[in-house]
Design a protein around this ligand. Structure first.
Ligand code: C2E
Ligand code: MG
Ligand code: MG
Ligand code: MG
Length: 284
């Protein structure tokens, strides 16, 4: 709805409010049909194990192939999906699609993992476990290869409910990652009480790591905290070899970022697997 501004007791409709509201309506109605029109697509970004230099698996990242707009990145439309509740059916599609892709890749390349992002309304939704069970039941996956990513700010429920849900997820052999770690407000004691498997160091702290290793204090702190709490660490947004080597020296086991690969379409990721790890396909 267009917003009115009160000036001297009169309601003034501002053109820019109106324009923004129209753009928003436009986005909303296009998103409403996007799932049905099969306009969403998943890209996959590899996560590398620095110990073995092998690919551990992928993170599934949604894009929107919007007619006349090209490939729209998630930051543009996820907020709208969350506000309208459309994130529930779209998130269900993401889960099913990512899991099916993982099953295909496991048949072809062996043990790989898949990380799926969960938005706050998905995590809080009463049907979360049902949806996960339904998606997992449709394929056969290797034990312990599915991971769910939640952000600190995505955990809006009471600590008891979060704890109960985390336990139910982990009872199913599914791991839990805290995404964008360090940008929220989780205290050490809070984190210690949650059964979390993985901390993903936010890209902004990796970006700070320069050629001389300056400004690496936060990355260093998160890595030693993860070790103390028995959690794995994934560094996000690794763009240079210096960053990767430095993080490895600090004890970080996994890296994800443009240095290894940008997110790729499923066919491109399959090709990347064949080219980068030919031995994986040969072993099958
Ligand atoms: P995220 O989960 O933290 O994903 C990592 C983001 O960092 C991705 O952006 C990825 O393309 C980008 N990235 C990875 N490596 C590098 C690098 O080396 N340099 C730089 N500059 N960026 C890098 P993307 O794909 O645009 O996704 C943005 C956010 O949208 C995600 O952040 C996630 O919060 C959300 N999102 C993406 N897909 C989904 C989804 O299927 N469901 C939900 N609920 N959220 C999603
Ligand atoms: Mg993520
Ligand atoms: Mg992240
Ligand atoms: Mg993010």
């Amino acid at each position: 709805k267009a917003k009115a501004e009160v000036i001297d007791g009169h309601y003034i409709f501002r053109a820019d409010f109106h324009e923004a509201a129209m753009r928003r309506l436009d986005l909303e109605s296009a998103l409403n049909q996007a799932l049905e029109k099969e306009e969403f697509v998943l890209f996959y970004q590899p996560i590398i194990n620095l110990e073995t230099r092998q690919v551990d698996g992928f993170e599934a990242l949604i894009r929107w192939q919007r007619a006349g707009h090209g490939l729209v990145p998630p930051n543009v439309f996820i907020p709208c999906l969350e506000e309208t509740g459309l994130i529930i059916p779209v998130g269900r599609w993401v889960m099913q699609t990512a899991i099916q892709q993982l099953a295909l890749w496991q048949q072809q390349f062996g043990r790989l993992t898949m990380s799926v992002n969960l938005a706050a309304p998905q995590f809080s939704h009463p049907n979360l476990l049902q949806d996960i069970d339904a998606a997992v039941a449709s394929v056969s996956l290797l034990e312990g290869t599915l991971k769910l990513e939640v952000t600190e700010s995505g955990l809006l429920e009471t600590q008891e409910r979060i704890l109960a849900k985390f336990n139910q997820i982990r009872d199913r052999g599914i791991s839990i990652s805290i995404d964008d770690f360090g940008t929220g407000y989780s205290s050490l004691s809070y984190l210690q009480q949650l059964p979390v498997d993985i901390l993903k160091i936010d890209r902004c702290f990796v970006k700070d790591i320069t050629e001389t290793g300056d400004n690496s204090e936060i990355a260093r702190a998160v890595i030693s905290m993860g070790a103390a709490l028995n959690m794995s660490i994934i560094a996000e947004g690794c763009e240079t070899e210096t960053q990767v080597n430095f993080l490895h020296q600090l004890g970080c086991q996994f890296c994800q970022g443009y240095f290894f690969s940008k997110p790729m379409s499923a066919p491109d990721a399959t090709q990347w697997l064949q080219d980068t790890y030919p031995e994986l396909a040969l072993k099958r």
